[in-house]
Structures are given as C-alpha cells and as structure tokens.
Design a protein around this ligand. Structure first.
Ligand SMILES: [Zn+2]
Length: 159
C-alpha cells in the first residue's frame, strides 16, 4: 500500500528515489494523542500506523543521532500545515517525567461567520480606542471609504 502523508492539504506520498522523510504517528498513547491533536484529527483512529512527511516539522524537531543520521527528536510534534488560517497557540504537556512536548493547538478551519465576528470585534476595539477629535478625524476618512464594505459585512453578519 502506498503511504501518504496524513497532514491536512498535503498530498506527499512515499516514493522510491524521492528523499522525503516520512514519520510514523507514534504508538505511545501520549505522543500519539499529541500528534493527532496537531493534525486536527482527534477522532482519527487508523488501524495501521499512518505517516506524516517532514514538511510539517521544523529544523528544531530534528537532531543528529550517534550514527550521524538526522532523526526526529523524541517529543517532536508536527506544527507546520498548509492552511490559510492557523492559530499559533501551543500547549506544553508533560508526557513522561522529564519530557515535555509542545503541542500546537491548531484550528484548521475558520468559518465565514467567525471571520465576520472577528472583524467586528476588531472594529469595535478601534472605534473605542478613539479619544481625541484628531484621532476621530484621522479615522473618519478611512471609515467613510470603508462604509459600503462595512455595511455589507454587517448586513451579512446580522442575517
Ligand atoms: Zn505532508
């Protein structure tokens, strides 16, 4: 069976002659859970061991072992994904005494409603940060030119 990367929006497959490393999702339940969380696939229970390609790891996730090979460090968790929106929050977890791993808390998708809500919250913050007439005037010009857009967004948000 051809092994393909389990990361979202990644189509890399293990191929002969292509020097791309693939790492198996760990068996150890703690590490495994961290990987599945990072992959945004908490309800993913593959029977065979799935792989993740090296594109989802940082340089820091690798070390040179005693045989001179570049290997994934124990506790490395995939953190780079090809998605348009990704929160940068991380969570530190102790999985074994002395071994802490950093697990990205990644939201793989954001809905249009969430985007609108976020934008309205930002606008609210901007409007409430105005304390002087000068600040108001400076922003008024921008606001006027944005008015049609904002109206459209608010109508969309209200519905
Ligand atoms: Zn991949």
């Amino acid at each position: 069976m051809v092994e393909s990367c389990s990361a979202i929006n990644c189509t890399k497959r293990r191929k002969k002659g292509v020097k791309l490393k693939f790492h198996r999702i760990p068996k150890d339940p703690n590490f495994r859970q961290a990987w599945l969380q990072a992959l945004g696939r908490m309800n993913f229970h593959p029977t065979e061991r799935k792989v993740v390609c090296e594109n989802h790891f940082t340089e820091d996730d690798y070390e040179i072992n005693s045989h001179g090979n570049r290997v994934l460090k124990k506790g490395a968790v995939p953190s780079i994904f090809n998605i348009s929106y990704q929160t940068m929050l991380t969570e530190i977890r102790t999985v074994e005494p002395g071994i802490e791993i950093t697990v990205p808390i990644i939201k793989h998708e954001i809905t249009l409603a969430e985007k609108k809500e976020r934008m309205l919250k930002n606008l609210y913050r901007i409007v409430h940060s105005i304390n002087t007439d000068e600040e108001f005037e400076a922003l008024e010009g921008v606001a006027t030119s944005m008015e049609l857009t904002l109206n459209a967004i608010q109508e969309g948000y209200a519905s």
